[in-house]
Design a protein around this ligand. Structure first.
Ligand code: ASP
Length: 324
């Protein structure tokens, strides 16, 4: 039987209700998490490594980067079939995306969490861990990049996002759908994620910011950031890449300081596309050498820019990295 290494990081999956503070708080160790899933013994030899026990809002890109390297280290061992990371669901899609870009291994690197705590009715942690270990132990999961496994669905890290604040069926890949499903007796894949890009710098560039645009937004935040100064900026534009005129001016102000600006969309499905040419459209900001993020959400585009800036500062190279 192959080994699956489970790296625990915290999240609701490792939380219990505390009557003193009247809410869920971190309380379940990595070992206890696994003890709650007896059927694991029929799927794989499981090794547990506790990386942290924090809500996922405490996770940083640096921690995500470290976990990716840990996963790679474990996968070098021949008997290890794959790795599962347990994680809070609030930023799980960011860690999933980082794992997909950074991990060198071809073996499955899966991530899962839970929407209900260990003391809640219908705690979904054990079922999600069991499903994720089944995927990590499955040879068909090799070469599919990082995979998010929740609610018996398998999602590509590049595509998945949280779509509901409390539902157990919160994870979806809008416009694409899951790439596979986990059943009692088997794991079934029906498509291969296509754009499995790798970015593997030695370190991570910090000081990359994300702003979301909205009707009536002004230049204020852009000026604050450009004068800080920062290393890179991602702007979540409206629609397919349009912004209010003061935001265009803000982007131009940032870009004029030599800070790369990536344009993503705040819409949760579809690409940034150069459809319009009116003032404020993506086309109208070409002179600022803005980089279009394709289908990436702002939070994923920010992680990509942090990795990309550690490899190059050249605008043409950055443009290529964002157009796989
Ligand atoms: N707030 C929790 C976290 O992200 C939510 C969860 O795990 O579902 O840590």
């Amino acid at each position: 039987m192959n080994t699956v290494v489970i790296i625990t990081t915290g999240g609701t999956i490792a939380m219990k209700y505390d009557p003193v503070v009247d809410g869920l708080v971190p309380a379940v160790s990595g070992e206890d998490l696994i003890k709650a899933v007896p059927p694991l013994k029929d799927v794989a030899e499981v090794e547990v490594v506790e990386y942290s026990n924090v809500p996922s809002g405490y996770m940083t890109p640096q921690m995500m980067f470290e976990i990716a390297h840990m996963a790679d280290e474990f996968c070098l061992r021949q008997e290890v079939a794959g790795v599962v990371v347990t994680h809070g669901t609030d930023t799980i899609e960011e860690t999933a995306y980082m794992l997909g870009l950074v991990c060198k291994t071809n073996k499955p690197v899966c991530i899962c969490g839970a929407m209900r705590g260990a003391t809640d009715m219908g705690y979904d942690g054990p079922a999600n861990i069991l499903a994720a270990v089944k995927v990590a132990a499955s040879p068909e999961a090799c070469g599919k990049g990082a995979l998010l496994v929740m609610d018996d669905e398998i999602h590509a890290a590049t595509e998945v996002t949280k779509t509901h604040s409390t539902s157990c069926a919160t994870f979806a890949s809008p416009g694409w759908g899951p790439i596979g499903h986990v059943y009692e007796d088997m794991v079934v894949f029906r498509r291969q994620p296509m754009n499995l890009q790798k970015l593997q710098p030695e370190a991570l560039t910090e000081d990359v910011y994300l702003l979301k645009s909205y009707a009536g937004m002004d230049e204020f935040l852009f000026k604050c950031l450009a004068d800080k100064p920062i290393k890179g900026l991602v702007v979540e534009a409206l629609g397919c890449g349009n912004v209010p005129l003061p935001v265009k001016a803000g982007i131009e102000y940032v870009a004029a300081k030599g800070i790369p600006v990536v344009l993503a969309t705040r819409v949760y499905s579809g690409r940034v596309a150069p459809v319009y040419s009116y003032e404020g459209s993506a086309n109208s900001m070409k002179a600022s050498k803005i980089i279009l993020a394709g289908e990436l959400s702002g939070q994923k585009a920010r992680l990509k820019l942090m990795l990309a800036l550690s490899l190059t500062n050249d605008n043409k190279e950055l443009q290529k990295i964002f157009q796989p």
